[in-house]
Design a binder for this molecule. Structure first.
Ligand code: NAD
Length: 471
């Protein structure tokens, strides 16, 4: 790696979240000659990015930030975090928009359409602050046609300047973000086909200097925008497909692990994302499926919309099914019983709890009158997050939910221990030594993704361990 080479390019990234932070850290690490500034309106988040206590947990991230931000290995720092948004925009050659695109809460399309308000506000900031033409990169996941909307915002607010708008959706997965960024399956760049846009696309491609050329895929803008949505929807669909089959397994005596293994041996199907579970979570899958449903509906493709809507319906169904099985294993009532939840993050190796299955399951269990103990290797240190996640449920949540910083204490007096996030720690430290669990575990087993403690507990597929205090 070249050290102390003069800076040749400046990138500004609007949005210092799960995408903006790790993506820019890796770009800065791989391109010592590019100065990367990540900006955000959220002063607390930026202060955390500047500290040793980063706002997000991602394996490998802090080491990269230390080197690029602080220059700890003697190289010139080239990663900066700031709330001075206009200044960063003014100086940048390339501007990434990596802001949140949640589901709209009100107005036309509420409950399904993507809220593009944050994207638009970032575009307005750029139009107001950029002194000259810039390359604008959509990193956020957006409905197809968003680049066109950006173009019309720039045309009305900054008619004298001509911005090149590119789509470059991010495919990283939380928990493996650094690995995904360093070794991406593909980097997708969508652009118009005119010379100026193609030259901008080449300039953006040069930022991904470490990615083999054949993994950089160029498409038109619409294809790039839709391909990102499509990828997430297909991944969510696969999870819902295997979960729907787990319900049939339970009713028939088939074993979902055996079924999944058998079908995965077909090379056309493969083995990824075929593990039954309590349902998918995270900030993306549900809202991206909803976004696709909205797009289909607005194109009057109602059968298509219904097809994708079912992916989310099955996901909700699976979470309820999980809770029902727990209630049934505990003799039909949870009143005054203590249940322990292992895992609050929506997946392992992240502290992100957005749309975590644990939240829905906890809410349904609490509605049955139980008390909860929660332990998560990452999230327990931030108990307030867990209470915030449950704040819609009722006023006495803090009396009925206790957050523990270790798994063993969390299990004391519990009549059920539910594993809702597949942290390796649960498999290797906790379940490998079942003496750490409460005594008298029942031998309840199921053929679904909701495996309960059995004589030969299948740790990799175990989703729930039930200790029945009344057995
Ligand atoms: P996030 O909520 O973690 O971060 C977004 C950040 O943007 C926030 O810190 C917010 O304060 C900031 N922001 C919003 N409007 C702003 C503005 N006008 N100026 C400055 N800052 C502003 O979101 P995220 O998880 O990083 O996702 C960002 C986008 O990337 C979304 O479209 C998402 O769908 C997509 N995406 C997410 C993931 C993921 O795993 N989280 C993966 C791929 C793609």
């Amino acid at each position: 790696m070249e050290l102390n080479r003069p800076l040749t390019k400046r990138i500004c990234c609007i949005g210092a979240g799960y995408v903006g932070g790790p993506t820019c850290a890796v770009i800065a690490q791989q391109n010592p000659h590019i100065e990367v500034t990540v900006v955000d309106l959220d002063e607390v988040r930026i202060a955390q990015w500047r500290s040793s206590n980063l706002p997000i947990f991602e394996p490998g991230l802090s080491a990269i930030v230390e080197v690029t931000r602080d220059g700890t290995d003697g190289r010139q720092p080239n990663l900066f975090f700031s709330t001075a948004i206009s200044a960063a925009i003014q100086q940048a050659d390339i501007i990434f928009i990596a802001v949140n695109t949640p589901t709209k809460r009100m107005g036309v399309g509420a409950g399904s359409a993507s809220d593009l308000g944050y994207v638009e506000s970032a575009a307005r900031m750029i139009a107001n602050a950029a002194p000259a033409d810039k390359i604008i990169v959509e990193k956020s996941t957006v409905p197809c046609g968003t680049a066109e909307r950006l173009r019309s915002i720039f045309a009305s607010l900054a008619p004298a300047r001509s911005f090149s708008i590119l789509s470059n959706p991010e495919f990283l997965a939380e928990g493996t973000a650094i690995k995904d960024l360093l070794n991406p399956d593909r980097v997708l760049i969508g652009s118009l086909k005119d010379d100026r846009s193609m030259s901008a696309a080449r300039e953006l491609a040069s930022v991904y200097s470490w990615v083999p050329h054949d993994r950089v895929v160029h498409t038109n803008l619409y294809s790039s925008e839709l391909a990102k949505l499509a990828a997430n929807c297909l991944l969510a669909q696969r999870i819902s497909s295997i979960n729907s089959l787990s319900a049939i397994c339970e009713a028939t005596g088939a074993d979902i692990s055996e079924v999944a293994n058998a079908v995965s041996l077909d090379q056309r199907i493969g083995r990824h994302m075929l593990k039954a579970s309590a349902g998918f979570g995270g900030s993306c899958f549900k809202k991206d499926v909803l976004s696709l449903v909205y797009i289909a509906e607005s194109l009057h493709l109602y059968d298509v919309a219904n097809y994708w809507r079912a992916v989310n319906s099955i996901n909700e169904h699976q979470k309820s099914r999980f809770t029902s099985r727990v209630i049934s294993a505990l003799h039909g009532t949870l009143l005054r019983k203590k249940i322990t939840i292992f895992g609050w993050a929506y997946k392992k190796n992240t502290g992100d709890t957005r749309e975590s299955a644990s939240i829905s399951v906890a809410a349904q269990l609490l509605a049955e009158g139980c008390e909860l103990a929660v332990y998560d290797p990452q999230v327990s240190t931030n108990a307030q997050q867990i209470y915030r996640d449950l704040e819609d449920i009722g006023t006495n949540i803090r009396e009925r939910v206790r957050v523990w910083d270790n798994a063993v204490d969390a299990c004391v007096d519990a009549c059920a221990v539910l594993i809702l996030t597949e942290w390796d720690h649960f498999k290797t430290d906790m379940l490998a030594d079942t003496s750490t669990l409460p005594e008298n575990c029942t031998a309840a087993s199921s053929d679904s993704g909701i495996d309960m403690l059995d004589d030969g507990l299948d740790l990799p597929t175990a989703k729930s361990v039930v200790h029945d205090a009344f057995n």
